[in-house]
Design a protein around this ligand. Sequence first.
Ligand code: PLP
Length: 428
Amino acid sequence: MRQVADLWTRAQELLPGGVNSPVRARATVDGEPVIADHGEGPFLFSVDGRRFIDLIMSWGPLILGHANPVVLEAIRRAAERGTTFGLSTAAEVELAERITTHIPSVEMVRMVNSGTEATMSAIRLARAATGRDLIVKFAGSYHGHADALLVQAGSGMAALGLPASPGVTRASVAHTAVLPYGDARAAAGFFAERGDEVAAVIVEPVAGNMGVVAPAEGFLAALRDLTRKAGSVLIFDEVITGFRLGLGGAQQRFGITPDLTCLGKVIGGGLPVGAYGGRKDLMSLVAPLGDVYQAGTLSGNPIAMAAGAATLDVLSQDGFYEVLEAKARRLAEGIGQAAAASGVQVTVNRVGTLITAFMAKGPVRNFDDVLKSDQKAYRRLYEGLAKRQVLIPPAPFEALFVSAAHHDRLIDDVVEAYAEALAEVKQE
Ligand SMILES: *Cc1c(COP(=O)(O)O)cnc(C)c1O
């Protein structure tokens, strides 16, 4: 314990809040931060020797669990051949082939190092292609921390209750319009007035950063229709949903084809990778084919590409997503039953393998509904689960991530922990 306290003190002296990404600072148990030491399949071990069933799973990338042997072997082999070249490699072509095969709307792709870079670059491209400035996003969606997208954003911004970030100039967000998620009528109204100014609509096809919220029936189709008629670019931010909801992502699940797609998380196999891609005529505007500038010293890093390709190969094995989705269903139904038995107000949203259990009366369809959830009760739930060695996101605006390594018996253990923790929440 002393060792943890010492490490945390040093972290706080050296890193803002002791962390390199804000929500991590909330991952505490009995006031002690959870500092990761190592992971093994579904388990995370903290530096003070505690073992947790991990449902954070690095916030999405670890769809095969921690330290998957196939991915590790790919990383090891790639690393031995050199860590970076700053030149073309076979590895980047191989990952690009897998992405474009599984997501047909992505005819060409550019690798970057994070989801943030992917959305930022996609927006730049859409603006260049249309010669327009205005972008439309939806309240409670998170698209990374690029200036133009950092308004009414989900994830850590929502957890901290920040409507916007200081340091983002008024000019940076002057061309960003924010509409309610899932509301086709509001989008139609906006396009009727200003459609010819809209460069792009960027949307999480299933919202994952205000907790999991399914798109209302017809919402994505309406966005497709409105953008097509207005000559605007439709960007699906599939950084969470890509290769999580299935090989073809949310666009395949809902049968809607965007012009550009942003990817991240799963495609890096646990290493830092993002990507944006889409219609060839649009991607042909990116330098050096076109003059929309975007670059990266470590982009297409061979170790990251190898980890990503190895991961996608496992995902494309027959039945992978059916098995994963059955696990997610088992967990969601179990939590729902535990909640009903406890009498605590809980609404479980699940889309495919993505789950959030909101401490709220349902339905939860948009950011306003999400904000009605009981954040104190969620915090007590987090603590009750952590005491029982189950790690869920410490803030309520995130998804639970199940991996292929979470076998059914563990999921039942998680459900039992929920039942006990919810009973405690009820008592308080
Ligand atoms: C995580 C996420 C991002 C940002 O990705 P980073 O790699 O953290 O920069 C963007 N969009 C969505 C939908 C995300 O979930």
